[in-house]
Design a protein around this ligand. Sequence first.
Ligand code: FAQ
Length: 336
Amino acid sequence: MYTQSFSVSDEPGKQQKAVLSTESPELMARFDARIDADGRIEPQDWMPEAYRKTLVRQISQHAHSEIVGMLPEGNWISRAPSLKRKAILIAKVQDEGGHGLYLYSAAETLGTSRDQMLDGLHSGKAKYSSIFNYPTLNWADVGVIGWLVDGAAIMNQVPLCRCSYGPYARAMVRVCKEESFHQRQGYEGLLVMMQGTEEQKAMVQDAVNRWWWKCLAMFGPPDADSPNSAQGMRWGIKRVSNDDLRQKFIDATVPQAKVLGVTLPDPDLKWNEERGHHDYGQIDWSEFWDTVNGNGPCNKERLSTRVKAHNDGAWVREAAIAHARKQQQRQIKEAA
Ligand code: FAQ
């Protein structure tokens, strides 16, 4: 899918410039016209450096989120309540790993190497979604992550299938299909628990209480405080604003909560006939920024687990490189 990707060296400092960065008015006008006509930009096309940088920032953060997002649910694979639930959870967590890989590949087409992106994550410089810095305390958390976290992710990612950058938009199509399965498996798991004992019902309600507000914050700061939104929308990278996506998510989730039989923990949540939307209470943005800035309950644990996994996997990467080298040498010998 990404074979149109540029050849980029993984050696730091040896990154190949994908295109000339000359921002001539003529190239700029052609780029703007393509964006205005709702056309796609492909890796081989000229693009302004700021557009490239914005995409690398967003796509790499997205990839990191998928990879770190494997950890909270991964914690429950060994404790799933049945073989069926364990198999489903393994498949889901594996899917998230796959999403990370498509996204790193999409970002690589912009001339940034995977090593550079991973360095950013492992050194704590790169961002990833705030939501994955909270603990998964009981089995209902796994269902709630599927229902609400994947539900929020889909709401945000469906418009990204129409993103102006081709490789990102195409990657999102498959990601969204898989996220839909994740959302349904989470909701189905919760429906089963809600038909169970009083203790099981209380577990679901407790998990919903802990995750609801964090899921609303996942959409990012309010539009008025979102420095990247205006330009991202102008370039057709973002299609729907943070606040509009948040509102769509709330409106879609309220009836689902009713069917499930849980209460969403917001006394201000009510239908507003005039607006045709639900009103909702205040999100704690200071908690959100604390978490984004590395001080949430699990930031340190998530990062150290990820760094350890990367270091533990070094021998696999080394073995793969040694194997590729041997094969190459054999081919050279055979050709001689
Ligand atoms: N967490 O100006 P904006 C998933 C940062 S995937 C941390 O509004 P923008 C799958 C933002 O980066 C979830 N940081 O920024 C799954 C910016 O910082 P910067 C991830 C956040 O880019 C499910 C600053 O705040 N999804 O869940 C967050 O226009 C279950 C100002 O914000 C994506 O990445 C946050 N929540 O809009 C996996 C989707 N929000 O870079 C496992 C693609 C904002 O200037 C289990 N990304 N920030 O230093 C996007 O759509 C956008 O990047 C937004 C942010 C909407 C996230």
